[in-house]
Design a protein around this ligand. Sequence first.
Ligand SMILES: *Cc1c(COP(=O)(O)O)cnc(C)c1O
Length: 387
Amino acid sequence: MKFRDLRRQYEYMKEEIDIAILEVLEDSNFISGRQVEELETSLAEYVGQKYCVSCANGTDALLLALMVWGIGSGDAVFVPDFTFFASGEVVSMIGATPVFVDIDKETFNISAEALEEAIIDTMNKSNLRPSVILAVDMFGQPADYPMLRKIAEKYDLKILEDGAQGFGGNIQGMRTRACGYGDISTTSFFPAKPLGAYGDGGAIFTDDDEIAELLCSLRVHGKGRNKYDNIRIGLNSRLDTIQAAILKVKFRVFKEKELWEVNQRAENYTKYLEELNTEKRKHYIKTPVIHPGFYSSWAQYTIQLPSKEVRDDLQRYLKQCEIPSMVYYVKPMHMQKAFIGKHYIAGELTNTVKVCDRALSLPIGPYISDKEQEQVIEQVKSFFDKC
Ligand SMILES: *Cc1c(COP(=O)(O)O)cnc(C)c1O
């Protein structure tokens, strides 16, 4: 069993994907082929934003968003302490200061209370200027944007949605889907993400004409009229045509069958919930909590165990039974060596420390079979029955 079976996904769409790749080879427009714009148009429409600007990867997408806003030295950017390194990396990369904020231990997303405390602390006790809330849709569940929007308005901050894991999720009653909740939102097409390419890729979503135009310039060396007329310092960060062609096929499958892939993941979730969240097991397996009105794209299915020892033992046990599992994430951001001396501490980060010790992600997704999921459930149960 694979943790994420990309091979099976390919086999499912092989015919269409092979044709799409061959078409690009025939056309030989390897950079900025028509497929790139076609993909952007359909993704923007799906998310519910006016513009989608594709780029080379999800990290660059975040970086480009911060560049557009002119974020830099002296700016404080509030980032959840529990996320993939890139969410904080881009902040330091651009010369601003990440302020890591504790998470809600049920949703794994940035805690609104901890965020507000961190903003107040930063205003009162540092020389930094609070500028951006960089919220992450952790494991596929959108962050609490209605709440974050209130805080952003109160303190005059921008919201950058890191939707690298969030594509396909949504919040009931909102105008857009996930990747449309920030003032600027981003996603990643890294192969294992909810919508993955066969290499690196990313995208930025916005409703703002000026921001979209700037992004298009920044991703091609700060181009003016063309790439040899350079009016600002930018990056080389484009999505190549082959990846766009592959993504077009994958997005069709993702979307067309009534969100088939997302629905499959949701079915996996329900089954895990029924089997693992029973009276008997509640005390030692905490299944993920999705708040009412929130829909996860189930980038990951992450349970919490009572302690690091139990978590590590369970993972070892599963490995012996040839069941793959992953620890997302091993370390809080504020404990990563790269950030030593580069971030500002504005409050307790206790939930994140706990979750890093206790979280374990189990296989989920449209391409694991019912039988495989049953095996996972059976072995998790048998581990505890033996204890
Ligand atoms: C994967 C990921 C990224 C980075 O995406 P890349 O395409 O790998 O650069 C950023 N943030 C989060 C939360 C991610 O999971």
